[in-house]
Design a protein around this ligand. Sequence first.
Ligand code: SF4
Length: 199
Amino acid sequence: MHHIASELNQDVAPENKAKPRLLLHACCAPCSTAVVERLQADYEISIYFYNPNIHPVEEYRQRRDELIHWCKDVAKIPCIVGEYVPEKWLEQVRGLEHEPERGRRCNRCFRLRLQQTASYARKYGYDLFTTVLSISPHKRHQHINRLGLALARQSGIEFYAANFKKQNGFKRSIEISRALNFYRQNYCGCVFSLRKFKA
Ligand code: SF4
């Protein structure tokens, strides 16, 4: 049987093979550009915007709407928007308000967003999930990947571990964002990172 199956597979031209369905968690359009460019040849990508960490709501809407428009008009990929319940995020990071960026608060923040992504991916039959977050020079890909792989074991959905900073990923995201005249935020997203930026 194995022999027949592999013969049948060889009859399928590579361009006609179905690509694995990847649910890509994204925080904004600029960070998504270079990641989608890198993965689009090999995966059927859907963007998942789930970011209850973003404060204030006007900032949330700005990042969300720009991403929706870019997905629709430029990248031509689906963009799914998750619920926005900042109280849920605050609950997760309670007691860690004064942690520095890259510290324990950020790990909780990654976990909430990745957990939700894995759960959505499982519910809707995706083959794997990942996040654009590792493209940021302010984020450690090791933490993100460790969390993603642990969630993969729990959820049964494969996690695509990556460091999207590599091969000039961040630089490329800036190039594309400038060319498309994107808004580029100057703080990570939560109220605590905003306060630090303004301080
Ligand atoms: S600094 Fe960024 S990653 Fe860290 S908790 Fe705030 S929004 Fe989340």
